[in-house]
Design a protein around this ligand. Sequence first.
Ligand SMILES: Cc1cc2nc3c(=O)[nH]c(=O)nc-3n(C[C@H](O)[C@H](O)[C@H](O)COP(=O)(O)OP(=O)(O)OC[C@H]3O[C@@H](n4cnc5c(N)ncnc54)[C@H](O)[C@@H]3O)c2cc1C
Length: 344
Amino acid sequence: MHVQEQVQLKNLNTLNLNAIASHYVQINQPSEVIDALAFAEQHHLNVLILSGGSNVLLPQHIQALVLHLNIQGIDVLAEDEDTITVKVGAGQVWHDFVLYSTQQQWFGLQNLALIPGLVGASPVQNIGAYGVEAGEFIEFVQVYDRELKQFDSISAQDCHFAYRHSIFKDHPNRYIIVSVTFKLLKKADLKLSYGDLKQAVGDDQTAENLQNQVIHIRQSKLPDPKEYPNVGSFFKNPILTAAEFGKIAQQFPNIPHYLQANSNVKVAAGWLIDQTGWKGKQLGAVGMFHKQALVLVNYADATLADVKNTYQTVQSDVKQKFNVQLEPEPVLYSEQGLIQAHHA
Ligand SMILES: Cc1cc2nc3c(=O)[nH]c(=O)nc-3n(C[C@H](O)[C@H](O)[C@H](O)COP(=O)(O)OP(=O)(O)OC[C@H]3O[C@@H](n4cnc5c(N)ncnc54)[C@H](O)[C@@H]3O)c2cc1C
């Protein structure tokens, strides 16, 4: 284990925020987690877990030990006629694993192609896209439990997966995910119900084609962080009660919405932002992308303060027009390396 000091994380977060970590260590084996935690305790440092950096907002100076997860490995644990159970190291690149699973004719994750980040982060916010969530295919999550000071395995049921949510969000500093075990299908069961996916896939209803279409749609809609530094959808789609939705729909009958099982209604945050005139608009170095109003872009070496300035203005404009409070999706950190609540 090699702890480095004063490490620039600009290239390790997809929003390209300047962020210097006082201490940084790469974790290549689960056992190194224990050494790293001992180091942090000895030096009175908080611990910040960083994977692909595609869902974090980092301050300019971080006085903490950053654990950069790089645990590799894809191991088949079990197989029967219908399913395959495979354990994947937290440091594997998510998209590469999706491509690999399709190549192996393991089915289920194709709708989640091209989501940035690493496998270890996938359960944290239960990544989802095009009508599928990772939690549907997760069997277990292997963690180091900092409270019980031991390695443990958490079943999918106990992960409490929900929309962009899991137990790992409820207890942000407790678990370090070292690997994720997926149960994938051996016969394709394509999920084509979301948006125009069915049309895009057409007659060639194979998992390969579904994956390719998802990649194609994403590339045409979402900016590549290498060109336009961003963290994907910046706000969650708000979920309203039927009564709240009714009031808005009266005034804005075209509002895109998705009925939820419990009669609540999920509305498209991007549409709300678009209606306030923020699509393609900038405030200083930070703005909302011209092709997709839900994506916040760092156009010119912005700091976290610039990012906050823009997103809080967007929040307040949406609140004023629709009386809806938008909640940011990325995880916000303090200078002490702790997760912070977003303020409206
Ligand atoms: C262009 C773009 C498109 C995106 N599209 C989508 C999308 O369609 N759907 C979607 O759900 N998300 C999307 N995202 C968001 C992001 O890719 C996901 O949230 C992804 O899972 C984050 O992975 P990461 O490895 O970058 O995590 P990081 O950003 O490094 O970490 C995110 C959070 O998870 C915690 N964490 C990470 N790894 C671990 C671990 N091993 N153990 C414990 N905690 C951990 C971190 O501490 C942090 O709080 C998109 C982002 C971008 C930039």
